[in-house]
Design a protein around this ligand. Structure first.
Ligand SMILES: [Zn+2]
Ligand SMILES: [Zn+2]
Length: 205
C-alpha cells in the first residue's frame, strides 16, 4: 500500500512554515452572539402601538474601520423600545460599545466608548438600506447595531486634542521628549517665516 508514501507527505505538510497555520486560523469564521440580538415580534405586531423594551448584548465580529475597532470578544449592548406600527416595527434607543485604536499623530493606543442613538424601521421587504428587513416575524437587532457602530467608530482618533505627534526626522514622541531635529520647512512658507521672525518695530504689546 502507499502508507509509507502518505506518512512522508504528512511529515512534509507538518513542516510547512507557521504562517500557513496562522493564515488558516485567521480564516476561521469569527465567533458571534448573533442569536442574542434576535427578537421574535409576532406577538408585538398583533396590536398597533404596543411597545416592548428590550436589552440585549453580545459579540459581533469584525466591527472595524481603518483607525479603530471594537476589541475582539467585547460585547455590543443594545437598549431599545420596539413599537408595532402599520407595516412594521420601529426601533428607538441606543447602541453602546467600547473601541480601541491608535492615535493618528503619535500612534499610542487610544480607547473610548460609543453611545449611539438609533431610530430605525424594520418592515417586510426592507433591504437594510433605508428600512431593515422583517422576515419570519423576527427583528434582528444585530443589523442595526452593526451599522450604528461602524458609522460611529472614529477613523482618525487622537490620544488628546493637543497631541504633538512623532518627530518626522527621528521618530521621537514629542509628547514625552524633545529632539534636536530642525523641522523641515516648506519653501512656500519661508517668506512668512521671515516676516514672523523679524522683530516688530513697535515692540511687544
Ligand atoms: Zn497622540
Ligand atoms: Zn527628531
Amino acid at each position: 500500500m502507499g502508507s509509507t508514501t502518505r506518512t512522508g507527505a504528512e511529515t512534509r505538510r507538518s513542516g510547512l512554515p507557521p504562517a500557513t497555520e496562522a493564515g488558516r486560523r485567521a480564516a476561521d469564521p469569527p465567533v458571534e452572539d448573533r442569536q442574542a440580538f434576535v427578537v421574535p415580534v409576532a406577538a408585538l405586531r398583533r396590536q398597533l402601538g404596543l411597545r416592548w423594551e428590550r436589552h440585549c448584548e453580545g459579540v459581533l465580529a469584525e466591527l472595524a474601520v481603518t483607525g479603530s475597532e471594537v476589541p475582539r470578544g467585547a460585547a455590543v449592548a443594545v437598549d431599545v423600545v420596539l413599537e408595532a406600527v402599520a407595516g412594521g416595527v420601529t426601533v428607538v434607543g441606543t447602541v453602546r460599545a467600547p473601541w480601541v485604536g491608535a492615535c493618528r499623530r503619535c500612534l499610542s493606543p487610544v480607547t473610548g466608548r460609543l453611545d449611539v442613538a438609533v431610530r430605525e424601521l424594520y418592515a417586510p421587504g426592507g433591504d437594510g438600506d433605508e428600512i431593515y428587513p422583517l422576515e419570519d416575524e423576527v427583528v434582528d437587532l444585530s443589523l442595526l447595531a452593526r451599522d450604528a457602530v461602524v458609522l460611529e467608530l472614529p477613523p482618525a482618533p487622537l490620544c488628546k486634542p493637543t497631541c504633538r505627534g512623532l518627530c518626522p526626522e527621528c521618530g521621537a514622541n514629542r509628547n514625552r521628549e524633545s529632539c534636536r531635529c530642525q523641522p523641515a520647512r516648506d519653501l512656500r512658507w519661508a517668506a512668512l517665516d521671515v516676516l514672523r521672525e523679524r522683530p516688530r518695530p513697535e515692540g511687544p504689546i
